[in-house]
Design a protein. Sequence first.
Length: 228
Amino acid sequence: METGNETQVIVIAEAPVPGLAKTGLTPPLRPEEAALVAEAALTDTLGVVAATPLARRVVALDGDPGPWLPAGFELIAQRGGGPGERLAAAFADAHASASLPMVLIGTDTPQVTADMIADAVASLESGEADAVFGPATNGGFWLLGLRRPDRSLLAGVPMSAPDAGRILLERLAGDGLRVALAPRLTAVGTFDAAEQVARQIPASCFAATFAAAFTASAQRLERGLIEA
């Protein structure tokens, strides 16, 4: 049975602004280079979502859209204070305009595939699961699928803590939800993680952009120009 006709995917994203985007890569990358890497991760992620059969595609954006935003995506502004509040608001706002099951992903996992998203969608649409959880190797999570928004699941979860994923998963189970698990992925939060992900997807925009930034940083190192 074809899936995707009853589900929306929300990509929660930040505009790739130098000095704000992918600061975990600086140094050795310069802020402008880190922003280009962030834009490449965003581009690859949106490309995968665009290639997945879905009823609706939404970008919940912090900042202003740029040429990286393809056709076929609806744009909503992020709102709320901390990361948990912003995630909860993205679920609520997307559901308010289309009462469909939701799969939310970020842009730190450009190695995500259409099959991974489709599997999460199928788990919700088939009735197999009430929620889908995608763990990240840093202890967080990269995907969360829900049938309906529930602020209490995300409120107060310390998103930057190494056990954020465990806490959220325990909340999902504690709420009596049947949870399907997505693959564990490495999130691009550090230079080493970015290098690892780039090796996994060598033909991607992310890999090419990271390679160019890596080369530039290596050349600066040779000239003794790496910024502290």
